[in-house]
Ligand binder design. Structure first.
Ligand SMILES: Cc1cc2nc3c(=O)[nH]c(=O)nc-3n(C[C@H](O)[C@H](O)[C@H](O)COP(=O)(O)O)c2cc1C
Length: 244
């Protein structure tokens, strides 16, 4: 087995360190506003109700109760709960110039990722693969149908994925972050996604739902399912959600 110092992990950590005598970052150009978030203009749009944020939840209790749950019932999620999860992940909470600030922090407010959903069982939403359009708070339908088998197989056949009512799928948009931070972007993108995933898990806890982050997956099988190239845009992380 190669030692840590001979492998790619070591080179990555060393090669992406900031040093006082090296440029910390250089803007290699600005990101056109149209590249700040993706949309699928030809896809059918599923309008979503505004999330009802009036129900109180105690943050300390949610932190204390948060757990990765892997057993879900076969009941569908309510549309209300589903939109609250989406809002927790990527709801727009303020505008700063052309930036749409969200529920989770992101280096440089670049949000270099996209949210896709495999909806298995959500009331009023047909089964299928969707992209979440952040700016308009709508779903864009990529493929209608049952993809439970495909997404489970692509997640190393983990039963938690098969049992999920919905799977959030996050891809990294490499260039959106690299334009500003170059190779250090590879540190920032997973940090950004960790915040987003935790938001979803805490929201699920607040609503009495089960959830489980998933990092073990066959990347290119999921990329293929989504129709993304696996290079400039590539899957990084999932979270399953279901009723307990
Ligand atoms: C980056 C990351 C990847 C993970 N991947 C998986 C996974 O593929 N399958 C799984 O069952 N749990 C996965 N988990 C969940 C962890 O196993 C879980 O967080 C850990 O056991 C601690 O338990 P807790 O979340 O209930 O506190 C992952 C968690 C993180 C943060």
């Amino acid at each position: 087995m190669p030692s840590y110092k001979q492998g790619i992990a070591f080179r990555y950590i060393q090669g992406t360190k900031y040093h006082r005598d090296r440029p910390m970052r250089d803007d290699l150009g600005s990101i056109p506003a149209t590249h700040r978030y993706k949309n699928y203009p030809d896809a059918a749009r599923v309008q979503l109700p505004q999330p009802d944020l009036s129900r109180p939840a105690d943050l300390w209790q949610c932190l204390a109760r948060r757990r990765s749950e892997r057993n879900y019932s076969s009941d569908p999620l309510s549309l209300d709960d589903f939109v609250r999860l989406l809002w927790a992940a990527q709801g727009v909470t303020a505008r700063a110039g052309s930036h749409l600030l969200r529920t989770a922090p992101s280096a440089g407010a670049l949000y270099p990722f996209e949210t896709y959903l495999y909806v298995d069982r959500v009331e009023e939403i047909p089964q299928g693969l969707y992209h979440f359009n952040v700016a308009d708070f709508v779903l864009e339908r990529l493929k209608e149908g049952n993809f439970n088998r495909d997404i489970t197989a692509a997640s190393l056949k983990q039963p938690v994925v098969r049992r999920a009512a919905v799977v959030f799928i996050w891809t990294a948009m490499m260039l959106r972050c690299m334009v500003k931070y170059r190779d250090r972007a590879v540190r920032y993108i997973p940090m950004d996604l960790g915040h987003v995933c935790q938001n979803v898990q805490l929201a699920a806890t607040a609503m009495g739902l089960g959830s489980c982050p998933i990092g073990a997956l066959f990347d290119d099988d999921i990329n293929q399912l989504l129709g993304v190239d696996g290079e400039e845009e590539t899957v990084l992380y999932l979270i399953t959600v279901g009723k307990l």
